[in-house]
Design a binder for this molecule. Structure first.
Ligand SMILES: N[C@@H](CCC(=O)N[C@@H](CS)C(=O)NCC(=O)O)C(=O)O
Length: 206
């Protein structure tokens, strides 16, 4: 059996969450190597770009969150086999990643600089991405983003929207998604209530 070791922060979000969820849903055995934020400086030394997540596949270290999520998504049966549905799935994931990259540029900022940068995102790019994601969801029936079923695109958006709603991101109002794209919050609720997802978070006491 292929040995998988997934390395990411010890929290339930970010770029690592879709892959962790996909492996759980697919009942794929893996070592879930979680580390504290305080240990990142040390952990990053063992990664090629000083970034996480990484996935070791039989000892081979692989980077890039979406490539990893697609790989485990295929193993878990959560990636479309139809090329056009796969394209739609990838498109949604890449849009969320564009949003992540813009947001990531504000990490490390403090004080007024952080406030200004986050406020600019909240007033521009983030609503743009949220509106587009909501329109994609609607265009594909309202329940799932593609393939008429749960895929890794849903997991990627789920983790992103939960992060925005969490209150953990300074200067991002917790009602932003609800104001701009309420159907994304309804989607989060549906995903969170799937027995396999509810069971996953219950394991962590969430
Ligand atoms: N393209 C990479 C980006 C990874 C990335 O930026 N990860 C963040 C944590 S979510 C990180 O390690 N940031 C530290 C840095 O870039 O210095 C991916 O998708 O995996």
């Amino acid at each position: 059996m292929t040995q998988l070791k997934f390395t990411y922060f010890d929290f339930h979000g970010g770029r690592g969450e879709p892959a962790r969820l996909a492996m759980h849903i697919g009942n794929i055995a893996f070592e879930d190597y979680r580390f504290a934020f305080a240990d990142f400086a040390e952990v990053r030394k063992s990664t090629p770009f000083g970034q996480v997540p990484t996935l070791h596949v039989d000892g081979v270290q692989v980077t890039q969150s979406d490539a990893i999520t697609r790989y485990v998504g295929k193993l878990a049966g959560l990636y479309p086999s139809d090329p056009f549905q796969a394209l739609l799935c990838d498109e949604v994931m890449d849009v969320v990643e564009d949003a992540n990259v813009k947001f990531g540029a504000t990490f490390g900022m403090t004080g007024d600089a952080l406030k200004e940068a986050r406020t600019a995102l909240v007033n521009g790019p983030i609503p743009m991405y949220l509106r587009w994601l909501q329109s994609q969801l609607q265009a594909h029936g309202g329940a799932y983003f593609c393939d008429g079923r749960l895929t890794i695109a849903d997991l990627k958006v789920f983790a992103y929207v939960r992060g925005l709603n969490s209150g953990r991101q300074d200067h991002v109002p917790t009602d932003l998604v609800q104001r701009i794209a309420p159907q994304l919050n309804a989607h989060v609720q549906v995903i969170a209530q799937l027995p396999v997802i509810a069971q996953y978070y219950a394991k962590f006491g969430i």
